[in-house]
Design a protein around this ligand. Structure first.
Ligand code: SIN
Length: 285
């Protein structure tokens, strides 16, 4: 097995068997050539998440990079919590009891058209801890038995943001990154297929996650729970995952359609500061 491949002139080094690859030798602060954009996109589709090291990006360069892959997605639950709706600053301060993304999730799946991806840039990270895990959802789907694949093939599931935003989620008192919790906030709910066909690769994948998915169409949440719990836990079996250790200047760019991720909540006394830009996507089908 090769420890690296070349895609459109880029040096791509896989990080784990299931997903994740580091791309070397590219400066993301500069406007990328069409060939580099196509190469990064190909590596992203193949590895579900790609990583870059030692980057220096201003806010404008970060947004320009994201725009090479699509339109910038404005997160409705962070709108108004910072000066620029196109970016989300994800901060942990010593003593924070909760963090953003501490459960396995794909981002923002309560939307009818969830983002296709996100570019997360590390501004300040702890000396150790604060890693991010990713899990390949093609692999999760493909590892299910034919009987289970048949059974879930026709199901749709409800995705809601009520656990991650709004007054009842009650996150702001426990963490430095604030989300909308005002009285005018309203829950957003969408129905998505449990098995989705990726719009670019045409491959099937498992599409449920802990933060947003609450039950199946036509069933109560209680009735849905045993099967949903199984699918949620199955989706992040260790053999489907990779783990990324951050350094200042590192970037993770994930395909939000084919992967789930989790921010490890183990850096309680350290500061961690990231900047995220999300890229618009299409309706999962
Ligand atoms: C996220 O879920 O977007 C944040 C991930 C992280 O901070 O590692």
């Amino acid at each position: 097995m090769n420890d690296h491949t070349t895609i459109a002139g880029l040096d791509v080094r896989p990080l784990a068997g299931a997903c994740g690859a580091e791309i070397l030798g590219i400066d993301l602060s500069q406007r990328l050539s069409d060939e580099s954009v196509a190469g990064i996109r190909r590596a992203l589709l193949e590895h579900c998440v790609v990583f870059f090291r030692d980057q220096t990006l201003t806010v404008e360069q970060h947004k320009a990079l994201a725009r090479r892959f699509g339109e910038i997605f404005i997160h409705p639950n962070y709108k108004g919590t910072g000066p620029d709706p196109e970016i989300v600053e994800i901060r942990r301060e010593p003593g924070d009891k909760r963090i953003v993304g501490e459960e396995w999730h794909s981002d923002t799946t309560m939307m009818e058209e969830p983002p296709m991806g996100a570019i997360l840039y590390a501004l300040d990270v702890p000396a150790y801890g604060g890693d991010t895990l990713f899990a390949n959802q093609y692999a999760a789907y493909e590892a299910l038995s034919p009987g289970m694949q048949r059974m879930i093939g026709g199901l749709r599931a409800y995705h809601t943001d009520r656990k991650v935003a709004g007054p009842r989620a009650n996150n702001n008192a426990f963490r430095s990154t604030k989300v909308r919790e005002d009285d005018a906030w309203r829950e957003t709910v969408s129905l998505h297929p449990v098995v989705v066909t990726h719009p670019e690769t045409g491959r099937k994948l498992l599409y449920v996650n802990h933060s947003y998915t609450v039950g199946f169409e036509g069933m109560t949440e209680e009735e849905s729970k045993p099967l949903l719990d199984f699918l949620l836990a199955h989706g992040h079996r260790p053999e489907f995952t990779c783990r990324f250790r951050w350094q200042k200047g590192s970037i993770a760019f994930w395909d939000n359609r084919s992967s789930k991720h989790l921010a490890v909540h183990d850096s309680h006394q350290a500061r961690r500061h990231m900047r995220r830009v999300q890229i618009s996507g299409t309706r999962p089908v």
